[in-house]
Ligand binder design. Sequence first.
Ligand SMILES: CCCCCCCCCCC/C=C/C(=O)SCCNC(=O)CCNC(=O)[C@H](O)C(C)(C)COP(=O)(O)OP(=O)(O)OC[C@H]1O[C@@H](n2cnc3c(N)ncnc32)[C@H](O)[C@@H]1OP(=O)(O)O
Length: 392
Amino acid sequence: MANPAWRLAQRSCPSHLQVVSFPVVQLHMNRTAMRASQKDFENAVNQVKLLKKDPGNEVKLKLYALYKQATEGPCDMPKPGVFDLINKAKWDAWNTLGTLPKETARQNYVDLVSSLSSSLESSSQVEPGTDRKSTAYETLMVTSEDGITKITLNRPAKKNAINIEMYHEIMRALKAASKDDSSITVLTGNGDYYSSGNDLTNFTDIPPGGVEEKAKNSAILLREFVGCFIDFPKPLIAMVNGPAVGISVTILGLFDAVYASDRATFHTPFSHLGQSPEGCSSYTFLKIMGPAKATEMLVFGKKLTAGEACAQGLVTEVFPDSTFQKEVWTRLKAFAKLPPNAMRISKEVIRNREKEKLHAVNAEECSVLQERWLSDECMNAVVNFLSRKSNL
Ligand SMILES: CCCCCCCCCCC/C=C/C(=O)SCCNC(=O)CCNC(=O)[C@H](O)C(C)(C)COP(=O)(O)OP(=O)(O)OC[C@H]1O[C@@H](n2cnc3c(N)ncnc32)[C@H](O)[C@@H]1OP(=O)(O)O
C-alpha cells in the first residue's frame, strides 16, 4: 500500500476496505441490467478482503466512493480544505458520484470487484509480453500487443452502430485496459465505418408503458459510459478509419489523440434526431473549436470532412486512406515505447483539473437527453430511420 492517501482513506472505511488485495474476475457489465442484490453487495464487500494484490489508489478510491454511495447515498460531508489532500481525494471520489442511486452504486461496486478479479485472472494466465486476443466479446475485438491494447468496434454490417451490449462491452474493455500492462489504448472500427453512433434499434425493445423507465435507465447507462472515457487513466487514441456519427464523434473530445483516414467524416445530427449533444461535447467542442464552429456541428448538424475536423482541432492528424494503418501504427508503436508512468502522469496533469467539470457536464447532458428521448421529435426521427425514410 504505497500511497498515504489510501492508508488514510482506510481509517474511515469499514474494515473490509482496509484489506488491500486484488479481486478476481471477469467484469460482467451486462449485469447492470440485472441489479445487484444486497447479498451480491455483501459478497463483493467480503471478496475485497480476499484480494491479494494492491489494486492501486485510483481503484481503492472508487471502491471507497461506491461503498459510501451504496450505503449512505450522495456525499453530504463538508468539502475538506485544499491541504487536506487525503480526505479531499476521498471526498472528491464520493462527491463525483453525484446523485447516483444507491442501487446503481451497489451494482457498480459489485461490477468493480468482479472486474478486478477478472483482471487478476487474465494477467496470471498470460506470459508477460505474450500477445493476447480476447474472445470474450460479442461486439468488439480486443487485442493487446507491443504495449498497445486495441479495441475494435466489430459490427461492420451495422456500420458499428453501438447497441446496448456494445456500450457495456466498451466499458468492460476500457476498465480491463486501464489495468492491463499496456501503455496506450486505441479505439477503432472494423469495416468501412468507424461507427454510426447509437444503434437506433435501442429505442425499440420498450415494453408498453415502459418508455420513461427505459429513458431513465438509458441515461444512467450513457452517463456511466461517458464517465469511463472521462476517467480513463492511460493515453487513449482514436483511429478513425471511416465515417463517424453521433456519440462516436462527441466522445472524441475526451481522447488524447485522434488520427483520421481522409475517408473519415464527422457528423453529429442531433437536431435531425430530436436529440441533444452528449459525450461532454457541449463543453469540449466549445473549448476545442469555439462556439461558432461547435454550434454548426452540434446544433445544425454540419458534417465535417477529416481535413475540416483537423483544422478545427478535433482531429490530431489526417492520413491518406491508403497509408493510414501503416503510418498510424508506426507512430503508435513508438508512443508505446515511452515510459508508461510518465505518460500516465502527464495525462493526469493535463486532464485532472477538468475531471470534476466533465462529470458535471456529463450528468447534465444525460438528464437533458432523458427528456429529449421522450419527445415526439425524437420518436418521429427514430421511426423514420427504422422505416428507412431517414435522409440525414
Ligand atoms: C427510450 C429511450 C431509449 C434511448 C436509448 C439510447 C441509448 C444511448 C444513446 C446515446 C446518445 C447517442 C446519440 C447518437 O449517437 S445520435 C446518432 C445516431 N446514428 C444515426 O442517426 C445514424 C443512422 N444511420 C444512418 O443514417 C445510415 O445507416 C448511415 C449514414 C450510417 C449509413 O448509410 P448507408 O446507406 O451507407 O448504410 P445503411 O443505412 O444501409 O446501413 C447498413 C446497415 O446498418 C444499419 N445501421 C447503420 N447505422 C445504424 C444505426 N445507427 N442504428 C441502427 N442500425 C444502423 C442499417 O439499418 C443497415 O441495416 P440493415 O442492413 O439490416 O438494413
